[in-house]
Design a protein around this ligand. Structure first.
Ligand SMILES: [Zn+2]
Length: 260
């Protein structure tokens, strides 16, 4: 089970960009969190319509946690320190294996500030960092393509239906974008070998992916979250509760027996 964290500027950004990918992570048994920098405009009593919509969408997709910082829309530049501090707190609560956030180049300043601050924290506190494409991304070139299915697309549509206050959200548009995405970036000879149900895609640009070498007998070596000593990590990525004496470097590669 991987710990997956998605950092988005606004409610609905994550669902628009990667609703299928989120649902697929959930179905794979991963622990998925979405953190939004703003819940949108607050009512006098502190409630937020968009926050409620986002939580409903998260429930549709099956995410484990949907959390928010309370930075006003369009004030992200002035509130960078607050955003940075809140992200370190979010990352520290459950260390993510995989982080997704906005692509750094974006016409919307809230998106680009979110990307810059999430990148700073993710490169220090997480393993893998992927950028998703938002409708306002600029100069975006994907190097990672997630081929979804009709079932995943239906889950994404159901999640987007939760954002009833966002009248510009038209799932017809996003369905078409997801359908053409693989045609836009993958040669047709490759697309023709896709399974027929995998004709919907979401696009990502990976900033960093760490592959851990497999250990024949005991799983995979990975750095400990403290950075002091390697832990032994099971093949799934879950940290196994083993004493430090069994650290991975003590396994002989030739026969799997403990080395002298
Ligand atoms: Zn946004």
């Amino acid at each position: 089970m991987k710990s997956v964290l998605i950092v988005a500027a606004h409610p609905d950004d994550a669902e628009i960009a990667m609703g299928m990918r989120i649902r697929a992570h959930v179905l794979a048994g991963d622990y998925v969190r979405i953190h939004c920098i703003t819940p949108g405009a607050l009512a006098p009593d502190g409630s937020s319509v968009r926050r409620g919509e986002a939580e409903a969408a998260g429930a549709v997709l099956g995410v484990a946690e949907y959390t928010f910082s309370v930075v006003p829309d369009n004030y992200f530049t002035e509130r960078r320190v607050e955003i940075n501090t809140s992200l370190f707190e979010v990352f520290g609560r459950r260390r993510p294996d995989v982080v997704y956030t906005h692509y750094p180049e974006d016409q919307h300043l809230d998106h680009s500030v979110t990307s810059q601050e999430a990148t700073t924290v993710a490169l220090r506190e997480a393993n893998d960092l992927h950028y998703f494409r938002s409708p306002y991304s600029r100069n975006f070139e994907p190097n990672r393509i997630f081929a979804g299915t009709p079932e995943l697309l239906a889950a994404k549509a159901a999640a987007l239906d939760c954002f009833t206050s966002q009248e510009q959200l038209d799932m017809g548009v996003f369905r078409t974008l997801n359908t053409v995405a693989h045609r836009q970036y993958v040669h047709h000879r490759v697309v023709e070998r896709f399974p027929p149900e995998m004709r919907h895609a979401e696009l990502f640009h990976s900033a960093r992916v760490i592959d851990f070498a497999p250990s024949p007998a005991q799983g995979v070596c990975a750095p400990s979250p403290t950075g002091r000593e390697p832990d032994l990590v099971a093949g799934s990525g879950a940290r196994a509760a083993v004493p430090k004496a069994n650290a991975c470097t003590r396994t002989s590669p030739s026969n799997g027996a403990p080395a002298a």
